[in-house]
Write a protein that binds this ligand. Structure first.
Ligand code: ADP
Ligand code: MG
Length: 626
C-alpha cells in the first residue's frame, strides 16, 4: 500500500452557510462590562443597534442588589441601593469571575460587601444575607439584558455572543459561559472585546494590517494590538491597568468637592452621593466648557468647574496609559506609524483630553464615529448575526486553528490542508490519486504542525481508505476533506469519487496541546524553516524523479522494440544519471536531470505516440484512448 499523491491545488471552502428565507434567528451581542453592560442586535436597516430599557438607557449598570426580602435588583435601581445598602450591593463583579479569594486579597479593603472562600477556593460574595458566586451575580445582569432583548425582539433568544477582555484566561472565560448558562442563554461564541470593536468598525473588510484598540472604561484600561490577516483578527499583544478608569476621574472630582466643602470625615452615604454628582459633572464636561452643579448634602449650595481645571487635575491619570501603549507596541515589535488605525473604546474615551493624548501618542486621529461605550456590544451583535447564519459568511472568523492541519504525502512530505490561523469553523478538501497501478488501499496520516516533513509534525491520526477498485496509477480520485467545527474538533473524511468508497475519522486537534507546546512547535518550525524547505524541495524532486523513472521503465517494457541498441543505451543512460541524482542531496540537480532526460528521450516519446495513433486508426487498442 502506498500513500497519497496530490493532484489538485488547495481547495475551496466547502462549508455552506445555512441561510434561507424565513430562517433568521433571534440573536444578540452582549458586552458584559465591569461598570456597564449592554445588549445589541441587528436592526431592520442591517446595522447593529443597542437595545435600550424602557427609559431609553442602553447602558445597564453592572450592579446587583440582594434585598433582605430575597428580592434582587439589577442596574440603576441596584445602584441607588448602593447609597443606602452598600454591604448588600455588588458592583464590578467581573473582577471576581473565575478568581480565587487569594487573587483578590489586594482589593479586599475597598469592597463594601463581604468576600469569602467558596468551593475550591473560588470567591463567594456575602451581600447582606445572601451568599452568591460571581457567576450567579453575572447571571443576574445577563438575565436582565436577556429579558430586555426578548421584549424588544418579540420572542425567545436563539443565542448570544458575549464579549470578554482579550486577556481573560480559561477560568474567567469558563465562568462567563457558566453565567450565561445560569441565565438560560445559549452562547454562540465568546468574543474578545477589542476584536468586537474592530468588527463594529468593519475593519475586517478593510486593509490588512495592525490596529490598536484603546479601551478606557469605568475601572479598567486595556490596550490591544490586533493583526488583521485574511479577514481574521489575531490578538498580537495586550496590556493594561486593571485599576485605572473613569472611576478614578470621578474620584479626583470627589476630592475636589470635599476640599471645597471642607468635609474631612464624610460618611459613606455622602461619599456615594458625591460620586454620583462627580460622574454626572465629569460626563457633562466632555461636551461643555464648564459645568455648574449642586453640592451634595448642602441644599442650595452650588459650585462650578471648567474643563481646563478638570483636565489639569486628571492629566497625570490619563498620562499613565501612554507608557502602557508604548510597551505593547514594543512587545509586538511595531512602530506606531506601522498601524493601520486606532480605535477608541470605553465611555472614558469621550473625555476630550483622552482623545487628544491618544492622537498625539499614536500620531494619528483615532476612529471615533461609533459610540465608544456601545462599540463592543455592536461588534458582538454583528458576530452573533454571522454565527447564526443570518448574515453572509464572509465574516465567519475569530477562532482560528493554532497550528496547520495537514496530510502526509509521498516522500514524508506534508500537504497543509487547513493552514495555521485559519478561521473556524472551516472545511477544505483536496484531491489525491494513487501512486501505483492496482493500488486498492490508501493510508491517510493526519498531522499537525508547521514543519515541512510529516515525521517532524505531531501525528494526530492514521486511517486507511480500503476497497478502492484496482486502477492504473493516477486514475483514482480520492477527495480528502478536513472539517474543523467551532469548538476546534477536526473530522477527516476520504472518499474515492468514482466508486464512492468512504472512510472518516474524528480527531481532536489542539486538545491535549498546551499553549506552551503550541508556541514551542511554532518556534521549532521557524528555527528549522530553511532546512525544512530544502528538505521539502528535495523530497518533492525525488518523488517527481521516481515517477519519471517508473514511467520510463514501463515505456521500455512496452515499446522497447521501437529503439535500436544505441538508442536504448541512450535512454537507459539518462535514466541512470537521473537515478544517481536521487541518491544525492540536491533538488536542483534532480530537476536538471529530469529535464535532461526529457530532452534525451523525446524522440522515444514521439515514436510511441505515432505507434498508438497507428494502432488507433487500425482499430486496435482503441480503449486506450477512452
Ligand atoms: P466598562 O467597559 O468598564 O463597563 P464603559 O466603557 O461603559 O465601562 O465606561 C464607563 C465609564 O465611562 C464610566 O466611568 C462613565 O462615567 C464614563 N463615561 C460615560 N460617558 C462619558 C462621557 N460623556 N464623558 C466622560 N466619561 C464618560
Ligand atoms: Mg468595556
Amino acid at each position: 500500500m502506498d500513500v497519497l499523491l496530490e493532484i489538485m491545488e488547495p481547495g475551496q471552502s466547502l462549508l455552506p452557510h445555512q441561510t434561507g428565507p424565513g430562517m433568521r434567528k433571534r440573536v444578540v451581542g452582549i458586552d458584559l462590562g465591569t461598570t456597564f453592560s449592554l445588549v445589541a442586535a441587528i436592526g431592520v436597516a442591517g446595522t447593529p443597534l443597542c437595545i435600550p430599557d424602557e427609559e431609553g438607557h442602553c447602558a445597564l449598570p453592572s450592579v446587583v442588589h440582594y434585598g433582605e426580602d430575597q428580592t434582587i435588583l439589577v442596574g440603576r435601581a441596584a445602584r441607588e441601593r448602593a447609597l443606602t445598602h452598600p454591604e448588600a450591593t455588588i458592583a464590578s463583579v467581573k473582577r471576581y469571575m473565575g478568581r480565587g479569594l487569594a487573587d483578590l486579597s489586594t482589593q479586599l479593603s475597598t469592597i463594601p460587601h463581604g468576600l469569602e472562600a467558596g468551593e475550591g477556593g473560588m470567591v463567594r460574595i456575602v451581600a447582606g444575607s445572601a451568599r452568591v458566586s460571581p457567576v450567579e451575580v453575572s447571571a443576574e445582569i445577563l438575565k436582565a439584558l436577556k429579558q430586555r432583548a426578548e421584549e424588544a425582539l418579540g420572542g425567545a433568544l436563539h443565542g448570544v455572543v458575549i464579549t470578554v477582555p482579550a486577556y481573560f484566561d480559561d477560568a474567567q472565560r469558563q465562568a462567563t459561559k457558566d453565567a450565561a448558562r445560569v441565565a438560560g442563554l445559549e452562547v454562540l461564541r465568546l468574543l474578545n472585546e477589542p476584536t468586537a470593536a474592530a468588527l463594529a468598525y468593519g475593519l475586517d473588510k478593510g486593509s490588512e494590517g495592525l490596529y490598536a484598540i484603546y479601551d478606557l472604561g469605568g475601572g479598567t484600561f486595556d490596550i490591544s494590538l490586533l493583526k488583521l490577516e485574511k479577514e481574521v483578527f489575531q490578538v498580537m499583544a495586550t496590556s493594561g491597568d486593571s485599576a485605572l478608569g473613569g472611576d478614578d476621574l470621578d474620584q479626583w472630582l470627589v476630592r475636589r468637592i470635599m476640599q471645597e466643602t471642607g468635609m474631612e470625615h464624610p460618611d459613606p452615604g455622602w461619599i456615594q452621593a458625591c460620586r454620583k454628582v462627580a460622574r454626572t459633572v465629569k460626563e457633562q464636561l466632555s461636551d461643555q466648557e464648564q459645568v455648574e452643579f449642586s453640592l451634595p448634602g448642602a441644599i442650595g449650595q452650588t459650585s462650578r468647574i471648567t474643563r481646563t481645571e478638570f483636565e489639569t487635575g486628571i492629566r497625570e491619570l490619563i498620562r499613565r496609559t501612554i507608557p502602557i501603549c508604548r510597551r505593547v507596541l514594543k512587545d509586538a515589535g511595531v512602530a506606531s506609524e506601522a498601524l493601520q488605525g486606532v480605535v477608541l473604546v470605553g465611555g472614558s474615551t469621550r473625555v476630550p483630553l483622552v482623545r487628544r493624548m491618544v492622537a498625539e501618542f499614536f500620531g494619528r486621529e483615532p476612529l471615533v464615529d461609533l459610540d465608544p461605550d456601545q462599540v463592543v456590544a455592536l461588534g458582538a451583535a454583528h458576530q452573533a448575526e454571522t454565527l447564526a447564519g443570518n448574515a453572509p459568511a464572509e465574516m465567519l472568523l475569530l477562532d482560528v486553528t493554532p497550528l496547520s492541519l495537514g496530510i502526509e504525502t509521498m516522500g514524508d512530505l506534508v500537504e497543509k490542508i487547513i493552514p495555521r490561523n485559519a478561521p473556524i469553523p472551516t472545511a477544505r478538501a483536496q484531491d489525491f490519486t494513487t501512486f501505483q497501478d492496482g493500488q486498492t488501499a490508501m493510508a491517510i496520516h493526519v498531522v499537525q504542525g508547521e514543519r515541512e516533513l510529516a515525521s517532524q509534525c505531531r501525528s494526530l491520526a492514521r486511517f486507511e481508505l480500503r476497497g478502492i477498485p484496482p486502477m492504473t496509477a493516477g486514475a483514482a480520485r480520492i477527495r480528502v476533506t478536513y472539517q474543523v467545527d467551532a469548538d476546534g474538533l477536526l473530522t477527516v473524511s476520504a472518499q474515492e469519487e468514482t466508486t464512492g468508497v468512504a472512510q472518516s475519522i474524528a480527531v481532536k486537534p489542539s486538545y491535549g496541546l498546551t499553549d506552551d507546546e503550541i508556541a514551542d512547535m511554532l518556534q521549532e518550525a521557524m528555527r528549522h524553516g530553511e532546512a525544512d524547505l530544502l528538505a521539502r524541495l528535495f523530497n518533492e524532486a525525488k518523488v517527481e524523479a521516481d515517477r519519471v523513472l517508473a514511467a520510463a521503465g514501463a515505456a521500455l517494457r512496452e515499446d522497447g522494440d521501437l529503439l535500436n541498441e544505441n538508442e536504448l543505451q541512450r535512454v537507459k543512460g539518462a535514466m541512470q544519471t537521473l537515478w544517481e541524482a536521487t541518491q544525492g542531496e540536491s533538488a536542483d540537480l534532480i530537476q536538471e536531470r529530469i529535464q535532461k532526460m526529457d530532452q534525451e528521450t523525446r524522440f522515444f516519446a514521439q515514436r510511441r505516440m505515432d505507434r498508438s495513433l497507428q494502432q488507433a486508426m487500425t482499430g486496435r487498442k482503441v480503449d486506450d484512448f477512452a
